[in-house]
Write a protein that binds this ligand. Structure first.
Ligand code: BG6
Length: 487
């Protein structure tokens, strides 16, 4: 009997995703300035309780990093040398049949300090060549303006995103790249996981916790500035590139109640609402009412400039993109229960799910639930721009990498995207995270690999950087050529 295929809609954007700070390396090449990502230290396999401390960057750490001219402790400085090897990498993505590649622009390549009036031509040229090369292969660029990095100068001299002036600097940067790449880039995202500033204020907002008395106040003020900056980016993108689409990007942290006890259900509902806060602002154009109570109880007062509410209202996004790796569980009895933890969020252990090597709860059906929930709430097109399995890979004696575990993870998740589409959800595309092995965002490890393509480099930066297609490479190639899953 002939194979049947679970076909995706025509024009579905299949591809992969990386970010500038985890892939490019070349941290001090081409006039690039120092960014927050260049300060991120390597930590091997963190335990559950260690993540929070790891994210609280101190003045001392920054000073130490600024003095260090090497990439030894700071793997994002070297990345996987995508900066010099992108042609080879794009050729491999093209071989898999990618329709789209999500990457980001490093703000510090365009404005090394962040507050200059004139951009750095060498940085602009690098991305122009990169996007042209993508187009040569028929790969549509999907570009994030800010993915976990900002100029370190803005952190030290202005207090990061807590300072309103950073909105103007960012808008200037956004207008510069929209104007320069208007013929090349038709899909844009504003801030990667904009909600993540709440979990790691330095990585996402350039906030050094010890510099602020009321940290949460600083975080939500900075987030407000990012909302305004994001809305203004939407406005200028629409003006400068009328045929482009620009979206927001959310970390979808789907939370289940542990039991049907109403208090558990309420707790999970609150967690989910809190997770929707940023997308509510960016899609609906206003702060959701449920945040009033949160702000009141935490003694947080958001300072808004006259006109901010109109800006948010008028310039909402065209589509919503999100990352999805795992689901979470909450309970009123959480204290006494077994816990699990990913890099960004943890919670109560779900007895029905397995976990990855890094402790993330694997839940493909959760992706279908997330897609349905988001579509019910917003009724705008959705884009799964991150999903994948971080795992240790082994090179076999014959030189191959048999990553069946990755194929299994991706297949089950893609199947659920298919089901969600059958449910009526509008999904624009799917870009699996770390389509080539890159440096981990949370811990700067190399051994937590997500890619279809293996990169020969270890945690300490040893290796030839040779690229080797894994078994999943050929599997994904078939998915794309079939425009769906063979069953
Ligand atoms: C997402 C980020 O939160 O998770 C990516 O947008 C990141 O930048 C990905 O790499 C996976 O996390 P990690 O810590 O395993 O690299």
């Amino acid at each position: 009997m002939a194979n049947t295929v679970k076909k995706f809609p025509e024009g579905f954007l299949w591809g992969g995703a990386i970010s500038a700070n985890q892939a490019e390396g070349a941290w001090n090449v081409g006039g690039k300035g120092l960014s927050t990502a260049d300060v991120a230290v390597y930590r091997k396999h963190l335990k559950r309780d260690e993540y929070e401390k790891h994210y609280l960057i101190t003045n001392e750490q920054i000073e130490e990093a600024m003095k260090d001219p090497t990439d030894k402790k700071y793997p994002k400085r070297r990345g996987i040398d995508f900066y010099h090897r992108y042609k080879e990498d794009l050729a491999l993505f093209a071989e898999m049949g990618f329709k789209v590649l999500r990457t980001s622009i490093a703000w510090t390549r365009i404005f090394p300090r962040g507050d200059e009036s004139e951009p750095n031509e060498e940085g602009l040229r690098f991305y122009e060549n990169l996007f042209k090369e993508m187009r040569k292969h028929g790969i549509e660029p999907l570009v994030t303006l800010s993915h976990y990095e900002m100029p370190l100068y803005l952190v030290n001299e202005y207090g990061g995103w807590t300072n309103r002036k950073v909105v103007d600097f960012f808008v200037h940067y956004a207008k510069t790249v929209f104007s320069r790449y208007k013929e090349l880039v038709k899909y844009w995202l504003t801030f990667n996981e904009i909600d993540s500033i709440i979990r790691h204020p330095f990585t996402s907002g350039g906030i050094v916790p010890e510099r602020f008395e009321h940290l949460e106040q600083a975080i939500f003020q900075a987030l407000h500035h990012q909302f305004v900056a994001s809305a203004l980016a939407v406005k200028y993108c629409h003006e400068i590139i009328p045929d482009a689409k620009i979206g927001c990007m959310l970390t979808r942290l789907l939370t289940y109640p542990y039991s049907c006890h109403p208090e558990d259900v309420l707790l999970a509902q609150k967690d989910n609402q809190f997770n929707y806060f940023s997308s509510d602002v960016q899609v609906r154009g206003e702060y959701p009412k449920f945040m009033n109570r949160y702000f009141r109880e935490k003694n947080i007062v958001i300072e808004k400039k006259v006109g901010d509410d109109e800006i948010l209202k008028q310039h909402t996004v065209d589509f919503l993109s999100f990352s999805y790796y795992m689901s979470l569980v909450n309970s009123i009895n959480a204290e006494q229960m077994d816990k699990v933890c990913g890099n960004i969020a943890g919670g109560v252990k779900n007895p029905y799910l397995e976990t990855s090597e890094w402790g993330w709860q694997i839940d493909p059906v959760g992706l279908r639930i997330a897609l349905n929930d988001l579509y019910d709430r917003y009724q705008i097109p959705l884009f799964v721009v991150e999903n994948g399995l971080g795992a240790t890979d082994k090179i076999e004696e014959d030189g191959s990498i048999q990553d069946d575990y990755r194929i299994d993870y991706l297949k089950k998740h893609i199947e659920q995207v298919y089901e969600a589409i059958q449910d009526g959800v509008e999904v624009m595309g799917y870009t699996s995270w770390g389509c080539i092995d890159i440096i981990s965002a949370s811990t700067s490890e190399m051994e937590k690999r997500y890619g279809f393509i293996y990169v020969d480099q270890d945690n300490d930066g040893n290796g030839t950087l040779k690229r080797i297609p894994k078994k999943s490479f050929y599997w994904y190639k078939e998915v794309i050529s079939e425009n769906g899953l063979k069953c």
